[in-house]
Design a protein. Structure first.
Length: 225
């Protein structure tokens, strides 16, 4: 998966040559020739449409899916044929609240169109809940993580990912960790507190430090039996 920047024939061909699949955002502004094909196919009645009405619990939303298979990604005889789909979500008054389109090598049918679009939109979930957390919530991961001349950047990235993994496991399994995180305003504040404490105090183990923090925050120790 990737954003519109990756939806170009050389990369798509490279992905396919590796035996992989792609599902990439495909915007009209950067794929003018491709969308001329889509417009012509639409005029010929070749674009399939599926409309789904949903109740969110608060309001009614209307999802309009459009899709077509085997469209040239660019001009030229060597153009890669890709499959295209679009989702436009509107309210009952016609106001558009979401619109996006995707290119893929997967065949698109009325039976799988919703699944394909859901997979394409999942990239934003990964971006927001994983990458954005690592960038802005105290892990200090940057787009240009260019430390060292050979392997240092990879090593530091691995440490970041392992830390995030362990913190996720702790948040699921460790009652003391969860209690402290719930009573500190941000993940960054939690990291800053640990950094300050371990600079001046040598704790016997992780559990001892958590107990110290819980007492310092004047919280009741949870039952961990």
């Amino acid at each position: 998966m990737g954003d519109d920047l990756y939806c170009r024939q050389p990369l798509c061909v490279c992905i396919l040559n590796e035996g992989l699949n792609f599902l990439l955002v495909c915007k009209p502004d950067s794929h003018k020739i491709f969308y001329e094909w889509v417009k012509e196919l639409d005029a010929m009645g070749k674009i399939q449409t599926l409309v789904v009405k949903r109740w969110t619990g608060k309001r009614k939303e209307i999802d309009t899916y459009r899709f077509v298979n085997q469209v040239p990604l660019r001009d030229g005889e060597d153009a890669l044929l890709i499959n295209w789909c679009e989702l436009v979500t509107t309210l009952e008054d016609g106001k558009i609240i979401y619109k996006n389109a995707f290119a893929t090598n997967h065949d698109i049918t009325p039976e799988n169109i919703k699944e394909v679009v859901e997979a394409g939109r999942a990239r934003w979930k990964i971006e927001n809940e994983n990458n954005n957390t690592l960038k802005t919530k105290g892990y200090h991961l940057e787009h240009n993580f260019g430390h060292g001349k050979k392997y240092l950047s990879s090593l530091l990235l691995t440490f970041n990912l392992l830390a995030f993994l362990f913190h996720t496991v702790l948040d699921i399994l460790d009652k003391k960790y969860k209690l402290i995180r719930e009573n500190l305003p941000t993940r960054k504040a939690f990291f800053d507190d640990i950094r300050a404490l371990t600079r001046y105090i040598c704790f016997k183990d992780w559990n001892t430090m958590l107990n110290f923090m819980i007492l310092g925050l004047e919280l009741d120790l949870p039952d961990t039996r």
